[in-house]
Design a protein around this ligand. Structure first.
Ligand code: GUN
Length: 292
């Protein structure tokens, strides 16, 4: 039987630790970390994620300011809001939920977030730092989903160095930073994507396979090596019948689980870890400003 990487439990442990840390911070400094969450428009999945992030932040004692803007908001108005938050000492982390409406230039918006408040690690300065920094740099704002994947891998207590890691997907949010993190762990890293030739045979050589494609149950047993470790980043809602739907990952769990040594489930794998890492980044940003 494979080890099931219980993201819900591991994330809860991380949140419990953060809660204690924030209580101590409050005693010492009479302040608590603050997180500003900005959502533009009403993409259903974004609303679910924003709600979950806000709830989790409050649970650990982070002050949350929610800004829900209409879809038609002007880009300059959005940037003005971000500038105000950049200059507000009560705000230590700023998160702009993606995707943004097509009328808004995502790159310009992400660039306007102060790098030291960039709780998502999407600002170019943080992207660059991730690629050149030393392994355990506390000041790094690491993108939350790949960071969560790395923490799941660390739970296995195995030496990652030299392992053949394959990342499926090359997004700025997951695939690219994930590859950087694995490289930092001294894995041999390959990134594959929609244009890769022989994608299946490359994945089959992976000791560690990270699936972040966004296609429901795409990776089946023929893609995975016996004994591999699988991290499933996908969160896809599929219809079971006219009334019912369910969440599945990018990996066909029921088939793959019999072949692998460890696998993260969906739901309850990477998702909760992403949220816990956001809270970690916000707390780290606070500590860098007020404690360290
Ligand atoms: N959209 C999908 N994943 C993410 C994420 O990790 N952060 C933000 N801000 N938006 C997202």
């Amino acid at each position: 039987m494979p080890r099931i990487l219980d993201g819900k439990k591991i994330a809860q442990n991380l949140k419990d630790q953060l809660k204690i840390e924030i209580e101590n911070i409050k005693i010492k400094s009479n302040r608590v970390p603050g997180l500003a969450v900005i959502q533009v428009g009403n993409v259903a999945a974004s609303s679910v994620y924003v709600k979950a992030k806000t709830k989790a932040a409050k649970e650990v004692g982070i002050d949350v300011i929610d800004h829900h803007l209409v879809e038609s908001v002007n880009q300059d108005d959005l940037i003005n809001l971000i500038n105000q938050l950049n200059n507000n000492d009560d705000v230590n982390g700023i998160l702009v939920q993606l995707p943004l409406p097509k009328t808004i230039n995502e790159e310009v918006v992400l660039n306007s977030i102060a790098p030291e408040k960039d709780a998502d690690g999407f600002h170019p300065l943080n992207v660059g730092k991730l690629s050149i920094s030393q392994k355990n740099d506390e000041s790094l704002m690491i993108p939350c989903t790949p960071y969560g994947c790395l923490l799941l891998l660390r739970e296995l207590n195995i030496n990652l160095a030299g392992k053949n890691a394959v990342v499926i997907g090359r997004s700025n949010i997951v695939g690219k930073p994930m590859a950087q993190l694995l490289l930092k762990e001294s894995c041999t890293v390959t990134t594959v994507h929609s244009k890769t030739i022989n994608i299946e045979s490359i994945c089959k050589k992976a000791d560690i396979l990270i699936a972040a494609i966004g296609k429901p149950e795409f990776v089946n047993k023929d893609w995975v090596k016996e004994g591999a470790i699988i991290i499933d980043v996908g969160i896809n809602r599929i219809k079971i019948n006219e009334e019912k739907s369910k969440l599945v990952g990018d990996v066909l769990f029921s088939e793959v689980e019999h072949k692998v040594s460890a696998i993260s489930p969906v739901p309850g794998g990477v998702g909760p870890m992403t949220i816990a890492c956001l809270l970690r980044n916000t707390t780290a940003a606070f500590k860098l400003k007020f404690i360290d």
